[in-house]
Ligand binder design. Structure first.
Ligand SMILES: C[S@@+](CC[C@H](N)C(=O)[O-])C[C@H]1O[C@@H](n2cnc3c(N)ncnc32)[C@H](O)[C@@H]1O
Length: 392
């Protein structure tokens, strides 16, 4: 089965989820970035038609609406925002659907072909890359590396990565026929022109082959194979972005993630903002606060890493602290996010840490130690105070 043929007929539930995430993130992200007084360029690298045949908005129209809000609102002093949409097959539909939206430009052809035009965007700009392909075959890692290393004012990446699809394609190319059965009811792309070399380029290494060999020998489960693969791939992402998080989107009926959303940024603030927004979006879905989200609530699981791998967040907090050396609160948060993804957000970690402080298990030191009024600071605002933690 090729996942792509009927993609735009009707928005699938797992697409709804992804769109909810980008929708939730864009508003605070745009507000924060435009505050830098530099231009923001959003590049939707695999844009699609713009909207689905059932009229639901796809990523291009979601992005275009956000730009429209900025351009029409008095609340934004900096209006230097635009979006570039790249689409290979449905360019005409995309252009038609984007008609009338200002600041939106579409490019016909492949992402790979247009990489040069993206890298020519002024370095003075903030760049947000949205990467939402059908499968994995166009995700040559060196393209993302080149863009990340071009030193734009800031760069962020949100990528839909079909890790299971990658492993399925890898098994096919390595001729592990018996493994293919395990992927039977999954959407994936088939491409006879694909090669092991191309898979190495996508994964930025050949480590995936050893993982599949272990799986083929019966040494590990498919669940573990996916986990190991993502661990290695995440290391590659961490080489080009200072901070990253990946969010497994899993159906209740399946143990393996349908896809993973990978987010990379060079700024801690970007990471914190993403985690908070994603966490909020998911909790809204779980609380079933919006009627329209009911279906998602019934079908998908909150991407709770604590459930996936039996982690212990309280032990991790305490183990990250040492008696001799202090750790910055925000650096501890980054460590926890790298492990727990969007399972928690800052306030929840903070409450646990405050609990430990009360029980005398750790010491908190703030710099400056006092508020402007001269009172000892109790603040957890790590933008205003340097907050250091150590074990007792
Ligand atoms: C999953 S869809 C994108 C959906 C879109 N994000 C949305 O929310 O509506 C992937 C799109 O990428 C296009 N495409 C496939 N290969 C491409 C490539 N190499 N470069 C650019 N676009 C490509 C496909 O035609 C398809 O429209």
């Amino acid at each position: 089965m090729v996942a792509s043929n009927d993609f735009f007929e009707k928005k699938k539930n797992w697409s709804l989820l992804k769109d909810q995430i980008i929708e939730n993130y864009l508003k605070p992200y745009i507000a924060k970035i435009l505050f830098t007084r530099k231009p923001l360029v959003i590049v939707d690298c695999f844009a699609g038609k713009g909207k689905f045949d059932d009229e639901k908005f796809g990523s291009p129209l979601i992005i275009a609406e956000h730009i429209k809000t900025v351009l029409e609102s008095d609340a934004y002093l900096n209006k230097m925002i635009k979006a570039i949409f790249i689409e290979k097959k449905y360019f005409r539909e995309l252009e038609e659907n984007l008609k009338g939206y200002k600041g939106c430009y579409s490019l016909e052809g492949s992402f790979e072909h247009h990489i040069q035009s993206i890298s020519r965007i002024s370095k003075n700009s903030n760049l947000f890359l949205y990467v939402d392909p059908y499968g994995i075959k166009s995700l040559d890692f060196s393209n993302f590396k080149a863009l990340a290393e071009r030193s734009f004012h800031t760069t962020e990446l949100l990528m839909n990565f079909n890790s299971f699809g990658f492993l399925r394609e890898g098994a096919r190319l390595l001729k592990y026929e018996s493994l293919l059965e395990e992927f039977d009811d999954f959407d994936y792309e088939l491409d006879d022109k694909n090669s092991i070399e191309n898979m190495n380029r996508i994964a930025a290494g050949d480590y995936w082959q050893e993982i599949l060999t272990k799986k083929s020998n019966g040494e590990i489960s498919m669940f573990k194979a996916e986990e190991y693969f993502m661990k290695e791939y995440s290391k590659k992402i961490q080489k080009i972005y200072n901070y990253s998080v990946n969010i497994p989107i899993r159906k209740k009926t399946e143990q393996l993630p349908k896809y993973r959303l990978i987010f990379g940024t060079n700024h801690k603030d970007g990471l914190f903002l993403m985690v908070e927004q994603m966490n909020k979006a998911w909790k809204e879905i779980l609380d079933n606060a919006r009627g329209g989200m009911k279906i998602l609530f019934e079908e998908f699981l909150f991407p709770d890493m604590t459930v996936m791998s039996h982690f212990d967040v309280e032990a991790d907090i305490l183990n990250s602290l040492s008696v001799e050396r202090e750790i910055l609160y925000e650096d501890l948060l980054v460590k926890l996010i790298e492990k727990y993804g969007i399972s928690y957000y800052e306030k929840e970690y903070r409450e646990k840490i405050k609990g430990f402080e009360k029980k005398n298990k750790l010491v908190v030191r703030r710099n400056p130690p006092h508020t402007p009024k001269g009172k000892p600071s109790r603040s957890w605002d790590f933008k205003k105070f340097k907050i250091y933690l150590r074990s007792k």
